[in-house]
Design a protein around this ligand. Structure first.
Ligand code: BG6
Length: 285
């Protein structure tokens, strides 16, 4: 596991064979003003470009610090290794987002090698004002071939299509596969989502809490070419499935705290293919 202070950004997560599980663009410079492309950018306090702030908020473009004396882990989670990062308000950012806050990120590795992210955001305003934000773990999964990837757990759900002015649609069909650009915000999603990489016979299982939405993004060939920090063909080897809170922003009064959590495991596909779709489980016995 590798974590950058720039962006509070996880850039690498490997399995026990040493295989990389997150996508990271070969065109990264790893320094401002461009957020790191790949890994797990933190989108805060704004997801996307729906507010007055820069796209995906400023947190992914700031230097976080390590908390040398972090609060204890909840007793039900045993962790082999973890680091706590903090981002706090600055005079500079107060000009564009006039609030005091503390944004914490705990990055931990579970006993089986699972990657566990916990975010806690607290309103520390002293002027009595509430604030509102949206949030996402903008996770870039490394896949062998995007056209051989299927996502389970989002079938039949409503989504906002970012490629169609955020118009609302309902997902049709029983599997989500990829053959062109996609940029959708699935709403009220289940706590568990799976990404099946057929070619590698690997399944990523996402478990999330406090993050009702799931953004699914792949820029495909044309947009990939237009992005200066992304290789022309790299869209084939990545898929973003982002545990997020977008549709209904979170409001915190002074002193209040929000918590969001994402756990990701990478398991052999035979282990869980179809388990999220009750019909498929019935048919395959
Ligand atoms: C996704 C958005 O989360 O991030 C897309 O839904 C966006 O609309 C993509 O294009 C990448 O954003 P950025 O700012 O990292 O290029």
């Amino acid at each position: 596991m590798q974590v950058y202070l720039f962006g509070g950004h996880v850039t690498s997560w490997k399995n026990e064979l040493g295989e990389e599980l997150l996508f990271l663009s070969s065109k990264n410079t790893f320094k401002p003003p461009k957020a790191i492309r790949g890994g797990i950018p933190i989108c805060f306090p704004q997801f996307g470009n729906t507010g007055s702030l820069e796209q995906h908020g400023f947190a992914r473009n700031r230097f976080w610090s390590v908390d040398p004396d972090p609060p204890p882990f909840p007793s039900n989670t045993s962790s082999r290794a973890f680091v706590d990062l903090i981002l706090g308000h600055s005079e500079e950012d107060a000009k564009i987002w006039p609030h005091r806050y503390e944004c914490r990120l705990r990055v931990a590795l579970g006993p089986g090698g699972d990657l566990m992210l916990t975010s806690r955001i607290r309103n520390t305003n002293t002027d009595g004002k509430s604030f509102t934000f949206t949030f996402a773990y903008h996770t870039y999964f490394f896949v062998t071939d995007i056209s051989e990837v299927r996502v389970e757990g989002l079938e039949t759900l409503d989504y906002l299509d970012n490629l169609k002015n955020r118009e609302r649609f309902t997902e049709q069909g029983d599997a989500i596969t990829f053959e062109s650009e996609v940029d959708k915000v699935y709403l009220s999603t289940p706590t568990k989502i799976a990404i099946l990489d057929h070619e590698r016979k690997r399944t990523f299982v996402l478990r999330k809490d406090g993050l009702p939405d799931a953004v699914v993004w792949n820029p495909w060939d044309k947009k990939a070419k237009a992005m200066s920090d992304f290789g022309d063909d790299e869209y084939k080897y990545m898929l973003c499935v982002e545990a997020a809170c977008v549709e209904k922003p979170i409001t915190l009064k002074p002193g209040e705290e929000w918590r969001g959590r994402l756990e990701i495991s990478a398991v052999p596909s035979s282990y869980c293919s179809g388990q999220l779709d009750p019909r498929r489980v019935l048919f395959t016995g």
